[in-house]
Structure formats: structure tokens, C-alpha cells
Design a protein around this ligand. Structure first.
Ligand code: FCB
Length: 397
């Protein structure tokens, strides 16, 4: 293959991602809403109306279609589908079914996530994911959703189990701060693994559905920690979750930056490092590293889907620069034979970034009062790439 040619195949999925709690608004039955409003996690901002996508989803899909993208990733909200255990809401299921059909009507492939960080507040009251009944509750939810998944080729069971388990451990260990490395909570990891495995079995009964979970690749790199410690950290934060994906229909790769493992622990990005709006190191190679790492760990037999990659920045040219570099790296990995089926940019909209409205990851800006959407140049640029009319290598400034 010509080393200068780009490796994106004709049927590649080009799209953008969102998550229910971050865009829908008034997700009042969820644990995150509860925590935002009772102050437990001392978050600076509340999600409130978010982007009002619960009502404006058709407008969002129209934008994705008008850009020339061919896929849209969104999540179904457990707390809405099952507002009270044992009583799934048929009306809410029909709402999500309309979104799935709305994708089809616009030629968009839906990529549906069943759990994107938020759970029902009632589960939190019972002790959350590690409580006795949690897995049974989750499978009840998945069973309720199965009938609306007809025609959905990609279903992500749980988004970033590693981040969920890591956040749990870090919340419990408030004293710990960089440079110490707090490993993800093992009980939480075990519970999420069980939930994923059961969901996978249920999803196998729906013809045409491919299921997998998504892992937030941390790209742990040895910056003085030594090979053994680096491998151990990588195992704890990434690889144990990738191992669960062995035998799945696909694995979702999500990558933004890297984690430098130093002699004293994690090396946080400092003033000398170029950083993004939310403080992460600017590191567009993250995607190529993550894709190569994931494929190597899974032995090459599981297809990969990039379910998230993007940058928080107020400078849209920088978004193009970052994404152009990330996609060039992705193409390099694919020319080496790594089976990647699509690229879904995080995020379609400037949305509620888990406690703060400040970091803007969106291809599209959203007015917080009128909810008016404004398409940014980066969105049009990604659309041109999707249609083969632009080259990511030209994204650089
Ligand atoms: C990922 C989350 C997503 C978003 C991005 C920036 O960890 O899955 O919801 O917050 O990071």
C-alpha cells in the first residue's frame, strides 16, 4: 500500500458522539442529577436543561446528516427507562426508538450506548453498582431496551468501566492526589464486568446487533517508573478491561491524551506542557497509541470502533489541528492492518462536561439560553473528510 495514502475504507463510519446526561437536560431521576443538586460531589455546575436534546434530538440528527457524516452515537438513559424498579416506561422507550428510526431516515448508522456514567438515583440509594441487586436491575433494564434495538448494528453496553471504577476509587480516597496512583476500585470493576457479560448475552438474541464496551485508554507510558510498574499501571487502568472484551463483537476505543508514569507516580502535565482547556496534555497521538495498544492486547481478532476522540478547546482551529493529527495517526495504524470500523468524534455538541460547562468539546456550539445550535468550521471540515473531500494531514496549522 502506498504509505502516503489514507487507509479509510469506503464503508467507514464517520460520526459524532453524545451521552444522554450531557445533552438531554433535566435528567432528574439519575444519580448524577441527585449529586449535582445535593452538593455531595461539590461540582461547580449543574446540568439543568443541558442542550435540551431530549426535545431537540431531530435537529441534532439533521445537523449530523447535513455535515455529511454517516453515524451518530448517543446513549439511552436507564433512569428514564426505569424510573421505578420493575416498571419500565413504554413512552420513554418509544422516544428512544424514534431517535433510532430518525437515524435510519437520515442515512445515519446509530451507535447506541446503554450506560454512559449515569445510573438511576434509586440504585444509588440502594448502594449503587456494588449492591446486591444491581446486576439484576441492570439486566431488567437491558431486557426492556432489547425490543427497540432492532436495526442497531452497534451497541455499547457500558461506557468507560475503567473511568467509573477509577472515579469511585478516587472519590473514596480524597486524601490521594497526584502523584499517587489510585487504582480503579476492584469491586466496582467486578460488578461492571458481570453487568457487561450479562448484557452481552441478552444482546446476542437481537439479530444484527454487535455488542461491546468502550474503554478510556490512558496510554500509560514509562517516564521513569520502569517497565514493570508501567505495565502494572497499564494493566490496572486499561488492560484488565480490554481483556474482558476478548470475544466481544467489537471494542470501543476512546482516547484523548496519555498518562506519564514517573518515578514518584503520575507526572501531571505542567506549565511547560501544551494543555487543553480541561488541563489534559495536548497529545493527538493518543488515538494511534490507543488503537495499536488495544489491537495488540486483543490479539487482533476483535474489530475496533473509535467511539470517542476529541479536544476541549475554545479555538476551533486547534480542534482541527488536533483531530487532523489524530486521524492521520489512526490511518497509519489502519494501514498496518488494524481493523478499525469507524471514527466517532467527541462531541457533537458543546455539552455538560460532568460538573462543568466550561470545557467545550463540541463540533457545534449551543446557546445556553435559546439552545440555538451553531455549526463550527471543525464540523464542516470533519464532514468534508467523511466524504473524502479533505485530507486530515492538511488540518495542521
Ligand atoms: C469521556 C466520557 C465523555 C466525555 C469525554 C470528554 O471520558 O466518556 O462523556 O466526558 O470523556
Amino acid at each position: 500500500m502506498n504509505p502516503h495514502a489514507l487507509a479509510f475504507p469506503e464503508k467507514f463510519l464517520w460520526g459524532a458522539s453524545t451521552a444522554a446526561h450531557q445533552v438531554e437536560g433535566n435528567n432528574v431521576g439519575s444519580d448524577f442529577w441527585q449529586a449535582e443538586n445535593d452538593g455531595t460531589w461539590s461540582l461547580p455546575d449543574r446540568s439543568g436543561d443541558a442542550c435540551d436534546s431530549y426535545h431537540r434530538w431531530a435537529e441534532d440528527l439533521d445537523i449530523v446528516q447535513s455535515l455529511g457524516l454517516n453515524a451518530y452515537r448517543f446513549s439511552i438513559e436507564w433512569a428514564r427507562v426505569v424510573p421505578t424498579p420493575g416498571h419500565p416506561s413504554l413512552a420513554v422507550l418509544q422516544h428512544y426508538r424514534r431517535i433510532i428510526e430518525g437515524c435510519g431516515q437520515r442515512g445515519l448508522t446509530p451507535v447506541v450506548t446503554l450506560h454512559h456514567f449515569t445510573s438511576p438515583a434509586w440504585l444509588r440509594d440502594q448502594g449503587g453498582w456494588t449492591s446486591k441487586e444491581a446486576i439484576a436491575h441492570f439486566t431488567e433494564y437491558v431486557r426492556a431496551v432489547l425490543p427497540i434495538l432492532d436495526g442497531v448494528p452497534w451497541v455499547c453496553t457500558i461506557n468507560e468501566p475503567n473511568m467509573l471504577a477509577w472515579t469511585t476509587a478516587r472519590r473514596a480516597d480524597r486524601a490521594a492526589s497526584a502523584p499517587s496512583f489510585v487504582p480503579p476500585d476492584p469491586e466496582m470493576t467486578a460488578a461492571l464486568t458481570r453487568a457487561h457479560t450479562q448484557a452481552r448475552e441478552l444482546l446476542a438474541s437481537v439479530p444484527g446487533v454487535r455488542s461491546g464496551w468502550t474503554v478510556a485508554n490512558q496510554n500509560v507510558q514509562d517516564h521513569g517508573a520502569g517497565a514493570d510498574r508501567t505495565a502494572e499501571m497499564s494493566y490496572l487502568i486499561d488492560d484488565q478491561y480490554l481483556d474482558v472484551a476478548k470475544g466481544d463483537d467489537f471494542v470501543g476505543v476512546q482516547a484523548y491524551s496519555r498518562l506519564r508514569a514517573g518515578e514518584q507516580g503520575v507526572i501531571a502535565p505542567g506549565p511547560a506542557d501544551r494543555r487543553t482547556m480541561n488541563g489534559w496534555e495536548y497529545y493527538p497521538r493518543a488515538l494511534e497509541d490507543a488503537v495499536r495498544h488495544t489491537a495488540a492486547r486483543l490479539g487482533g481478532s476483535t474489530p475496533l470502533l473509535v467511539t470517542e476522540n476529541g479536544i476541549a478547546t475554545g479555538d476551533d482551529d486547534e480542534r482541527i489541528e488536533y483531530t487532523g493529527e489524530a486521524l492521520t495517526g489512526l490511518s497509519r495504524a489502519m494501514s498496518d492492518g488494524i481493523d478499525v470500523r469507524g471514527y466517532l468524534h467527541w462531541s457533537l455538541l458543546d455539552n455538560f462536561e460532568w460538573g462543568s460547562w466550561e470545557p467545550t468539546f463540541g463540533l457545534v456550539a449551543v446557546d445556553r439560553t435559546t439552545f440555538r445550535r451553531t455549526v463550527k468550521p471543525s464540523a464542516r471540515w470533519l464532514g468534508r473528510l467523511a466524504r473524502g473531500h479533505a485530507d486530515p494531514r492538511a488540518g495542521r496549522r
